[in-house]
Design a protein around this ligand. Structure first.
Ligand code: SAM
Length: 248
């Protein structure tokens, strides 16, 4: 059988692609792309003439059958998405699962991912983090999701729409408090790249008052709850539990 390559592509700056990725895209028989028209720009830039086929959220199941047959017939295929690493908030998971189940080799060609680029330049603790993808768009569901992370000590990473970033930051400030550090990483690798780390109160006010910060592609990072304070809080809670019966 052939090999399925999972190829990371740039998240803005076309130069952010590896030699190996370009080589692979040139050598495979077929490129499965999330949006073939969108990917044409990248492929033309690198003079890659490999045929493309679409694989997106809505046809992944049925396209997987076709791609699996081709792999079984000995063709090699590269999967790319519109930006960054496929499967990271992008299609491909079902295809990869099925290809592995069929005993066919899957090879990653690593490269960009917006969450890793953002984390690497945010200045927040990077040894442990939780990537949560997109927050729910509706207010109540979003607040509920954020509340679940009140005691999370790992750095939190979300993808967020520019339309909702101001409202989401306001929710974060309410839920995590005004002093919690957070980072807005916007338009990474592009002309208007902006990375700002500040306490939530400062970041929220800045984004709310500057419409330019509510444009483009955004990664939002929130520092984890400080472990020391969490332990203190726990001790305090234990103390209160002990004292309360005495006081009533
Ligand atoms: N597969 C991609 C990756 O590896 O990062 C993520 C795809 S997801 C559908 C698209 C979201 O990623 C955007 O809405 C934004 O939140 C984030 N993103 C992608 N490119 C970005 C960039 N250049 N700067 C900031 N965020 C970006």
């Amino acid at each position: 059988p052939g090999i399925l390559y999972i190829v990371a592509t740039p998240i803005g700056n076309l130069a952010d692609i590896s030699f190996r990725a370009v080589e692979t895209l040139n050598q495979v028989n077929l490129i499965a792309a999330e949006d073939t028209r969108h990917s044409k720009y990248l492929l033309t830039h690198y003079q890659i003439a490999t045929p493309t086929i679409s694989l997106h959220e809505h046809n992944e199941q049925q396209r997987s059958d076709v791609l699996l047959q081709k792999l079984q017939a000995g063709e090699s295929i590269a999967l790319i998405s519109d930006a960054g690493t496929p499967l990271i908030n992008d299609p491909g998971y079902r295809l990869v699962t099925r290809v592995i189940e069929a005993g066919i080799q899957v090879v990653p060609i690593p490269g960009c991912s917006a969450l890793i680029a953002a984390l690497s330049a945010a200045g927040l603790a990077s040894n442990r983090f939780a990537f949560e993808g997109f927050l729910p768009p509706k207010v109540f569901a979003r607040q509920h999701t954020l509340q679940q992370f009140i005691h999370e000590t790992r750095t939190l990473i979300f993808y967020e729409s520019p339309k909702r970033i101001a409202a989401t930051l306001q929710d974060c400030q309410q839920i995590f408090g005004p002093d919690r550090q957070a980072t807005l990483a916007r338009e990474l690798t592009k002309i208007h790249e902006t990375i700002k780390t500040a306490p939530l109160a400062v970041l929220t006010e800045w984004v709310t008052n500057d419409l330019n910060q509510q444009k483009g592609e955004i990664v939002l990072l929130i520092a984890g709850a400080p472990a020391a304070i969490t332990a203190d809080e726990q001790a305090m809670q234990q103390l209160l539990t002990l004292l309360l019966p005495e006081m009533s």
